[in-house]
Design a protein around this ligand. Structure first.
Ligand code: DGL
Length: 268
């Protein structure tokens, strides 16, 4: 079924996190329509095995393909780490992930060659950030740390105050001791906790959020294909979820910095 969202950019994540990528897409490609799928029935992805994440990611991609999207963005680091290649092999539209753009940005930012990466257990265990950074510069030392509690805090909208700050302090102390000067927020949920993370690590450490870099790659990809909408037609934005739309609208608004209206439940 190809419906009214045909020709849109499709994005998916396990929950609200990937809306941070939608926000950048809207900023950098204001004429493009988007359809976003939050797989809220299956969140979190970060604790699941690679084969389970590949299965979930393939199901999400199928839902978005049925909406006729022209470009797929895996707006989830965990799914990018495990499922990008299988999706690229099986889909006949371009598929972008968020790990490579984040790695590129980290390599561009670091001055002392010591980069921290925080993400879900799955992302950190996969070693994909380390691989992507070392492909660009093998001399950079990469220090990974899984921060699993950040995802439920973000999904709950509990993003500032003493609790997220204490969790950040606990997770990030060893990265600070490692002397990193750059920290990749290797999970699309983490930009919502940016203030707590920044306060915890201090000004000397640059935070890298792959959303802006990913939107930039999306623009280049559409340009290369001659598929970028460059007239001033009005873009439409749709939101799909696999569990209750209510809390998604509420929490999603903070991620998107705009209202998240007309969220549709999809069963898959
Ligand atoms: N936001 C996701 C990521 O970037 C996944 C969070 C989760 O579901 O564990 O990895």
């Amino acid at each position: 079924m190809v419906d009214a969202f045909g020709g849109a950019i499709g994005l998916f994540d396990s929950g609200v996190g990937g809306l941070t990528v939608v926000r950048e897409i809207r900023a950098q490609l204001p004429n493009e329509s988007t359809v976003y799928l939050g797989d809220t029935a299956r969140v979190p992805y970060g604790t699941k095995s690679p084969s389970t994440v590949i299965r979930y990611a393939s199901a999400c991609a199928k839902v978005l393909l049925a909406r006729g999207v022209k470009l797929m963005i895996v707006a989830c680091n965990t799914a990018s780490a495990h499922a990008l290649e299988p999706l690229r092999e099986s889909l006949d539209i371009p598929v972008l992930g968020v790990v490579e753009p984040g790695a590129q940005e980290a390599v561009a930012q670091t001055r002392n060659g010591r980069v921290g990466v925080i993400g879900t257990l799955g992302t950190i265990r996969s070693g994909e950030y380390e691989r992507a950074i070392h492909t660009l510069d093998p001399a950079i030392e990469v220090f990974g740390k899984a921060c699993p509690l950040f995802v439920p805090l973000a999904e709950e909208g509990w993003t500032c105050g003493s609790v997220p700050r204490a969790v950040a302090d606990q997770y990030l102390s060893e990265l600070k001791r490692a002397g990193i000067d750059t920290l990749v927020l290797g999970c699309t949920h983490y930009p919502l906790l940016k203030d707590a993370i920044a306060e915890s690590v201090g000004d000397a450490i640059t935070l890298v959020d792959s959303a802006a870099a990913t939107a930039c790659v999306a623009r280049e990809t559409l340009d290369a294909l001659g598929e970028r909408v460059d007239d001033d037609r009005k873009a439409s934005h749709a939101f799909l979820v696999s569990d209750s739309p209510d809390s998604f609208s509420e929490v999603g608004q903070a991620f998107l910095a705009q209202p998240v209206d007309h969220v549709e439940w999809v069963d898959f």
